[in-house]
Design a protein around this ligand. Structure first.
Ligand SMILES: [Zn+2]
Length: 83
């Protein structure tokens, strides 16, 4: 599941980059019609943000107290034990 999320994020990011390249080329070509590309970029960004949040919420938990860890550190901010 964690690997699948990583792959979704990587694919969405690659699609996002290619999408921006297409928008850039259209702008250089004085073509202002890139609504589909703009919506696709927004969708990719949403997918990336949602996957990052899901990853934090479900896969970064303290092994001692089980609470979600929003930052990376050597100690759990909730129970204070070493991670
Ligand atoms: Zn803890």
């Amino acid at each position: 599941m964690k690997k699948a999320l990583n792959w979704i994020v990587i694919s969405a990011f690659l699609i996002f980059l290619v999408d921006w390249a297409i928008i850039g080329l259209k702008l250089l070509d004085n073509n202002d019609e890139f609504y589909v590309e703009a919506w696709l970029a927004l969708f990719c960004l949403l997918v990336i943000v949602i996957c990052a949040l899901l990853k934090c919420m479900f896969f970064q938990k303290c092994p001692h107290c089980g609470k979600t860890l929003w930052s990376k550190g050597a100690y759990c901010p909730h129970c204070g034990k070493k991670l």
